[in-house]
Design a protein around this ligand. Structure first.
Ligand SMILES: [Zn+2]
Ligand SMILES: [Zn+2]
Length: 669
């Protein structure tokens, strides 16, 4: 007999060799997928040979989901190798929401994916036992002789001559540490979702692989909830809505990752910029404008060139110089060398706005009385993202930051960081983005990685910490996440679907003032170095609008709506009145469209609803004679006979307060 102690303190006496799974079933009932013996995760089938502590890994715990998802990956590999005998499994880890497995094989169609999933379900029905075996190095190498990937894993991961465990289910065997569920019948709530390409070892010089993704949960409800969420996310996808609602366009002829803002999308951006601009003026910012390019020397001084040139568009060279170099027979690589060494100059599409703003600062002498100086610009910058990474408005090659640079004294850091934070709070509040969190990036252990004195850092870190705390939202402090030049605050918004979006940041900087030798005259008459704060709390207008499109599912609040009012006439008799109403609204600055076509009113409503105006006005005999309007909101609720003046006053109130609710119909009821 041996003694097994459970987490609640109970001790079970059992015969030697009874499996962990049997004891767990007695003690906890059903639901376990693996066991923990003396703190080590293992299979439920593990026999208990001596006294130990024992706990279960329940399917619904994080560890349990890990086991289920990992077991699903094996199931996937078994199904793939049955259907495609030449496919070579490489690695297949569990991931958030599910699992993937990478295979060396030909491309797969949707139909192939469906067949693989069907095969997986067939294997589940077969209820194959999943068993662990220990093998020595020689036998492992024989087992996986025809799979060079597994051999490479053994070469890398196993000590010379060391053996390892494998897991077997039916004729499928995989090199693996486990643990796994006891049999394939434990796997129910999974679904294959997509395929993509991958490289062995994530190295583009190595073999091309096919990656198959799946999701897996412990319960049917969880799987269904995830499916619903993905469907809803697809409906809100800003790339789809951006096209349907004509908000932006990306054109191959213009270039990948370069967003073209269409008239309707430009309205949203302009309204946002106006809104942010109002608060910047309130906070004492000064507007500046700077060009889209700057000399390489500027970026050599800032440090952006040549160190970050992989993430920049290549430099531009002046025409005369180019001609001279061509005459000299200069090759491209020589040209790039000369530029790197600083022997010839050129221009860079700006990767950052800071150097330009810094030169505005240094164009005048400053005293402590001038500080803080706050320069704001919706400044467009260009970065070279790999083409595989580009996506819609959220990963682009040119974008406009809601940028600003603050030049402050040491003592002003805390208050200015607080000001940046207050701006975020106000703007998120108006947009109804109440669910966000903040990350404060602090220094790590290795102080040699950071510029600036330690006491200054302490103070700046304190300032960031207390500014973050003042928001009253969750915040985390992350050591080692500061930039080398100063601590920072990042904003992460959670949207209605629970997805997180990293937006912008506030960063304290001790480095650039040093590199550009910035100074101000202190009260003591001495020269002092200012500190810079970079802040772009919403990141970029592209990313922020992309997130907003998904956040509102394209149903923007009235103040942001590309078109606020669509006027629909019932017949041609009402065209004059419609035009009159439209003119009055335009005089008030309302964005309005009139549909006076001969289509039926039902058809007009259906067509215009697709563009999501805030309200539709339906105008017929009754409205025209009594100078009223009939208002219809997005939910299809309608109110009739509203006096025109009354409607306009309430509409203007809704717009000017930047209300996020559509109040007009209910309010006037
Ligand atoms: Zn495995
Ligand atoms: Zn900056």
């Amino acid at each position: 007999m041996v003694e097994v102690s459970l987490p609640d303190g109970a001790i079970h006496e059992i015969a030697t060799g009874v499996s962990a799974g049997e004891v767990i079933k007695d003690a906890f009932g059903r639901g376990a997928v693996a066991a923990i013996i003396n703190g080590e995760a293992c299979d439920l089938s593990t026999p208990i040979e001596e006294s130990c502590t024992l706990d279960q890994i329940h399917s619904e715990s994080d560890e349990g989901l890990h086991v289920l998802r990992h077991s699903c990956a094996h199931l996937l590999a078994q199904a793939v190798t049955q259907l495609h005998p030449n496919a070579k499994p490489t690695i297949g880890p569990p991931i958030e929401h599910g699992f993937y497995y990478d295979f060396e094989m030909g491309p797969l169609s949707e139909e192939d994916l469906r067949k693989i999933e069907k095969k997986m379900r067939y294997i589940v029905k077969q209820n194959l036992q999943i068993s662990r075996e220990e093998h020595d190095s020689e036998s492992l190498r024989q087992m996986f002789a025809d799979n060079q990937f597994k051999i490479e894993i053994m070469d890398d991961k196993l000590d010379d001559g060391a053996g390892s465990s494998v897991y077997r289910q039916g004729e499928f065997v995989d090199l693996c540490r486990g643990p796994h569920v006891p049999s394939t019948s434990y796997l129910h709530h999974f679904k294959l979702t997509s395929t993509s390409t991958a490289f062995w070892r994530a190295d583009s010089n190595r073999e091309h692989l096919v990656r198959i993704y799946g999701m897996c949960y412990a319960t049917k409800e969880d799987l269904q909830a995830r499916e619903t969420l993905l469907r809803e996310a697809a409906l809100r996808d800003h790339r789809k809505l951006g096209k349907d609602l004509q908000l932006f366009h990306i054109d191959d002829m213009v270039g990948q990752g370069l967003v073209l803002w269409t008239p309707r999308g430009s309205v949203v951006r302009q309204e946002l910029q106006n809104f942010i601009g109002e608060h910047l003026r309130r906070q004492g910012y000064s507007q500046v404008f700077t060009p889209h390019i700057g000399k390489l020397d500027l970026y050599r001084t800032s440090g952006h060139f040549p160190y970050y040139q992989d993430s920049q568009y290549p430099p531009l060279v002046e025409r005369d110089l180019m001609a001279k170099l061509a005459d000299d027979g200069c090759s491209c690589s020589e040209l790039s060398n000369l530029m790197e060494k600083g022997e010839i100059d050129g221009y860079l599409l700006k990767p950052m706005n800071c150097p330009h703003h810094i030169r505005i600062y240094s164009s005048q002498p400053h005293s402590y009385r001038d500080l803080p100086l706050r320069f704001a610009e919706f400044g467009t910058v260009y970065r070279w993202e790999q083409s595989g990474e580009i996506s819609g408005m959220t990963r682009v090659r040119g974008f406009t930051q809601d940028d600003a640079h603050l030049f402050v004294t040491e003592d002003q850091i805390a208050e200015e960081v607080l000001g940046c934070i207050e701006l975020v709070q106000v703007i998120f509040g108006v947009l109804g983005m109440d669910d966000y969190r903040v990350r404060v990036g602090l220094r790590g252990d290795d102080s040699s990685k950071y510029v600036g004195q330690s006491e200054k850092w302490d103070k700046a870190e304190d300032a960031c910490r207390s500014a973050a705390a003042s928001l009253g939202v969750p915040f985390t402090e992350e050591e080692g996440e500061a930039a080398f030049y100063g601590p920072k605050i990042d904003f992460v918004v959670r949207d209605v679907l629970g997805r997180e979006w990293q937006l912008g940041t506030v960063q304290v900087d001790y480095n650039l003032p040093e590199r550009f030798d910035l100074e101000y005259a202190g009260a003591d008459g001495e020269k002092h170095r200012p500190v810079m704060i970079h802040r772009a709390p919403f990141g970029s207008m592209e990313r922020f609008c992309g997130v907003l499109i998904e956040h509102f599912a394209g149903k923007f609040p009235t103040w942001l709506s590309p078109t606020q009012i669509h006027i629909l006439t019932i017949s041609e008799k009402h065209i004059d009145y419609a035009n009159e109403v439209s003119e009055e609204l335009k005089m008030l600055g309302v964005r309005v469209e009139v549909d006076d076509s001969d289509n039926t009113i039902g058809k007009k409503i259906r067509t215009h609803r697709k563009m999501q105006p805030s309200y539709m006005l339906v105008l017929g005999d009754e409205e025209a004679t009594s100078r009223t309007v009939s208002i219809r909101n997005r939910a299809g609720e309608q109110v009739q006979g509203v006096p025109l003046d009354n409607f306009m006053a309430n509409l203007l109130a809704e717009i000017s307060t930047r209300s996020s609710e559509q109040k007009l119909v209910s309010k006037l009821d």
